[in-house]
Design a protein around this ligand. Sequence first.
Ligand SMILES: [Fe+2]
Ligand SMILES: [Fe+2]
Length: 241
Amino acid sequence: MAAPPMGRAPGPSRRALLAGAGGLAVGAAGTGTAWALTSPADPAPGPSKIVAPDDDLMREHGVLKRVLLCYRELISRVQAGGPLPAQPLHDAALIIHDFIEGFHEGLEEAFIFPRLRRGRLDGTVTTLLVQHARGRVLTQQILAQSTARGVTSAHTRGQLSAAMAAFVRMYEPHEAREDTVVFPAFRDAVPAGELADLARHFADLEHQQFGTDEFTAMVARVAGIEQALGIYDLAQFTPEA
Ligand SMILES: [Fe+2]
Ligand SMILES: [Fe+2]
């Protein structure tokens, strides 16, 4: 089996993520990572592109959910004793690395979690930050092992399956808690005018980091992986009448 072309994409890796006035630097809570804050170099998206900050984060969770579905499919193949395709697995982990860990979680850590630190959700925020860090470790493992050589080893396939299972088990409740508790609490805590400013800022950041139609492009990437795995057709999940 020829080695698939799986070089790591030069993803954002939490670089220059946060644009703001004054060229400030902010540490990513719980990670110690410092991001350089610069003014957006590209024009801001038009008004039609602006999505409320919590809505924006929730639709990014939709991409995360679809990657989790890909992981579930791959885990089931390993459990059934079948081959583990390296390329779709690596591509799926790259979406997590580039878009979820490198961007989405940076927004949560810089703009959402700090607003909830002094209230009843302080403990929840601490747990979410720990989970972000654990998730990054799992993703690095998946990226490193999802090579053509790695997936031919039964031992490595088992390790990859365990890493994907741990990731899915953690992120399903993680994103559900954010959608139903954390983001609504954030919206309650932030004045409407500030929410609108933040919506514009999120849009600027996405545009700066990923270019035009970044969300559509990310959805297309995950759809391509679903097609490669044969799980794209939505109708296949409908139970028999
Ligand atoms: Fe999160
Ligand atoms: Fe999230």
